[in-house]
Ligand binder design. Structure first.
Ligand SMILES: *[C@@H]1O[C@H](CO)[C@@H](O)[C@H](O)[C@H]1NC(C)=O
Ligand SMILES: *[C@@H]1O[C@H](CO)[C@@H](O)[C@H](O)[C@H]1NC(C)=O
Length: 339
């Protein structure tokens, strides 16, 4: 009932002020109001007061317009949809749901001179999906905490543990958020520092014993160790061929530019965004690759934004692009831990 009244008011106020707006614009406004109501109930969003609702509606409307006009272009290999991020500005979204901090002037790590152990891998095959090998845990959700770096690193460690030890165990991002002081908890971080923490700490515990809180807490060092790594290596930079060799052997942590409006609203297909830069803002884990039915090569990314984003929490993104950095810079900064 309230929503019907709100809708009517919106139509009225719109028609009163829409002298300069086209009829189509008015209809869009009315349907946007309705869609916002539907969206609020679908994502259980409650606003504390009308002013907040009004300002969130303006942002939602902008995002809705972006999604709808994008999807009208049939020439795209992927689709967008409104999702739980759709009432956030791009700036808010970036601050809350990413969290990659690349140290100033240090896009390379101290291990750069160490040899790339997969350089001579010759059989990478047509496709790989580490989920089918049982080396990938369920999609997780970082929530309102900029610690993508922890999820990216943990997924790679979970993968190598399964491959080396035969057991898939969900490991603790919270331990990294609380205890990895080289990184900044929900304020951001980078995966190689997380690997260093796990090496120096002689392991990491399970998700079950140190569950995720989506905020930084006091480090609790009493948990027993569930997984260890001995080292990590860096994939040669800006080299998708090298990345392919690495991913054929194990899931790999990568940095990526996830800040774009299309990335935020991705709902399926093979992502390729001309507006996507190579300024690295986010971290994910590459858990496979393949070629679509249409013949487009892709990487399979595991994200940490819950199962409602993308393809059940995953993204397929174009592989072997013209730029050496890869789509959205995904080949610039990639690491994998060693058992
Ligand atoms: C549609 O895609 C084809 C093939 O990639 C391309 O050649 C063409 O320019 C595209 N058209 C538009 C309008 O983007
Ligand atoms: C790869 O092969 C070359 C030539 O045989 C060899 O020199 C190099 O050590 C190999 N690299 C690794 C990591 O095994």
């Amino acid at each position: 009932m309230a929503s019907v009244i709100f809708l009517i008011l919106a139509i009225l106020s719109c028609s009163r002020t829409s002298g300069a707006t086209s009829r189509g614009g008015g209809l869009f406004e009315a349907s946007a109001v309705e869609k916002h109501e539907q969206w609020m109930s679908r994502f259980h969003r409650v606003y504390s007061h009308d002013a907040e609702k009004a300002s969130r509606f303006e942002i939602f409307k902008k995002n809705l317009k972006f999604v709808e006009s994008f999807n009208m272009n049939t020439n795209k290999t992927y689709k967008l949809d409104v999702n739980k991020f759709s009432d956030l500005t791009d700036e808010e979204f970036q601050a809350r749901y990413m969290g990659l901090l690349v140290p100033e002037g240090k896009t390379r790590t101290s291990q750069e001179t160490v040899s790339f152990r997969y350089e001579n891998v010759s059989e990478t095959g047509e496709s790989m999906d580490w989920r089918q090998k049982g080396a990938v845990t369920a999609v997780k959700n970082q929530g309102h905490c900029g610690c993508c770096w922890a999820f990216s690193a943990v997924a790679a460690v979970e993968g190598i543990m399964k491959i080396a030890k035969g057991e898939l165990v969900s490991l603790s991002e919270q331990q990294l958020v609380d205890c990895n002081r080289e990184n900044k908890g929900c304020g951001g971080g980078i995966m190689w520092k997380a690997f260093n923490y796990i090496i120096n700490n002689q392991g990491i515990t399970t998700e079950d014993s140190y569950p995720y809180q989506a905020s930084q807490q006091t480090c609790d060092s009493t948990h027993s160790i569930a997984a260890t790594i001995s080292a990590y290596e860096t994939v040669p930079q800006n080299d998708e061929e090298a990345l392919l060799k690495a991913v054929s052997q194990q899931p790999v942590s990568v940095a990526i530019d996830g800040s774009g409006a299309a990335f935020k609203h991705y709902s399926g297909g093979i992502f390729e965004d001309e507006d996507c830069g190579t300024h690295l803002t986010h971290a994910v884990t590459i858990v496979g690759y393949g070629t679509s039915e249409e013949g487009i090569k892709y990487w399979l990314l595991k994200n940490s934004w819950g199962e409602q984003w993308g393809e059940d929490g995953y993204m397929r993104i174009k592989r072997d692009v013209d730029a050496p950095e890869g789509a959205c810079g995904l080949a610039k900064l990639a690491f994998y831990p060693l058992a």
